[in-house]
Write a protein that binds this ligand. Structure first.
Ligand code: ZN
Length: 212
């Protein structure tokens, strides 16, 4: 039987319904340190802070980026905010239904003229996907193995609340999302997540701080 050819990362998302136990990866100390060092970057911190509902960068999508680096055998010295944003964009393409939200990544990595150079960014995403042999699906178990490398790291506190799950996203497919980037005022938070952040035991760090 002829297999359907995947022509874009979005085509792979139907396969994500069939999560299987992923094979374990080996991580060196240098790789782990380089990965977490990405989250010390000011632009990455700002981006995560703005994603208040964790709809673009919840803990699973963040873990997927590290798996992608490993799958393409990227030298840890090349782990960077740009590589992270490309990997995060691909993870969103594979796992998330809402196509508008992921565009918010673009101005954070490409700057104010992001629309002029998004083609190069998307080419880089496709290149990453090709180098992985078009295998961008990551099992929940493998994501949790990544989290277990440094279970106390604050990026793993980014638990998306249930009301932002798939069913709600499907209902909101017609929602028009404007890209704000780092230069526009932050979007209003939603009531449920605002309440969660207010009650969080980590109200002052950038991974879980309440909206301005
Ligand atoms: Zn929310």
């Amino acid at each position: 039987m002829m297999k359907r050819r995947l022509t874009s990362p979005d085509d792979a998302k139907t396969r994500s319904q069939k999560r299987k136990r992923g094979s374990s990866l080996m991580f060196t100390l240098e790789e782990v340190a380089a990965f977490f060092n990405i989250f010390e970057d000011g632009m990455v911190k700002g981006f995560l802070q703005r994603d208040m509902c964790y709809r673009i960068a919840d803990k699973y999508l963040l873990a997927m980026t590290f798996v992608y680096f490993k799958r393409v055998r990227m030298d840890y010295r090349f782990y960077s905010p740009t590589a992270f944003f490309i990997a995060l964009y691909l993870a969103n393409c594979v796992e998330e239904e809402d196509q508008g939200l992921r565009k918010e990544i673009l101005p954070w990595t490409l700057g104010v003229y992001w629309e002029n150079c998004k083609k190069f960014f998307l080419n880089a995403r496709d290149q990453l996907w090709r180098e992985m042999g078009f295998n961008a699906i990551v099992s929940k178990e493998l994501c949790e193995e990544v989290m277990a490398l440094a279970p106390d790291h604050p990026i793993w506190r980014r638990n998306r609340l249930d009301h932002h799950g798939d069913a709600v996203k499907l209902c909101h497919q017609t929602e028009v999302v404007s890209v704000r980037g780092p230069y526009a005022p932050p979007p209003p938070g939603c009531i449920e997540c605002d309440e969660w952040h207010t009650q969080s035991q980590y109200p002052d760090d950038f991974y879980s701080s309440p909206p301005c």
